[in-house]
Ligand binder design. Sequence first.
Ligand code: HEC
Length: 157
Amino acid sequence: MKMFVKAALCATLLAITAAPVMAEDFPFEDQIEGRQGYFQMVKFNMGVLGEMAKGERDYDAELAQAIANNLNSAAAMDNSLMWPKGSDMDAEGLSGQTKAKAAIWQADSDIGEKHKAWVAATETMAENAGKGVDALREAIGPLGKSCKGCHKEYKAK
Ligand code: HEC
């Protein structure tokens, strides 16, 4: 009997601690700030590669590789907690705070595909960036396109 109570208690505790953390559980303002800061970090890293590609900054294989790895890690990270449904630019009280379009959360949204294309482009960049400025240049166009591909559909200007 004692054993049974213990087991039941354990199961209950497990159920409590295993309650899923939902993106909807946080203040939207914090999440919006988080994802915008994340994209500012992405933009900064991308900018350095862009300057190297354009010849505005000396090509440095080691630095280019480190940045490409950063971008690849950033793109691949699970960000779902910062994107709760309802945190779009048309939501009450959020106008001016976010440029995320409501289409992101609509049933026919293909933002997952756009995200995958971005991850793939950062992988190519991570393969190329350390192999010379020409290899970096080859990878930067498609990478930039993968940013724009998502922004065009899902981010307001
Ligand atoms: C899968 C979709 C997607 C991809 C890919 C993507 N973005 Fe974004 N980006 C967004 C969305 C949505 C927002 C709007 C976020 C908000 O305002 O809440 C955004 C916002 C931004 C912002 C503005 C941040 C701020 O301070 O408000 C910058 C800068 C940015 N992205 C840069 C980039 C760059 C550079 C890349 C590629 C290297 C990229 N993004 C790839 C969806 C994407």
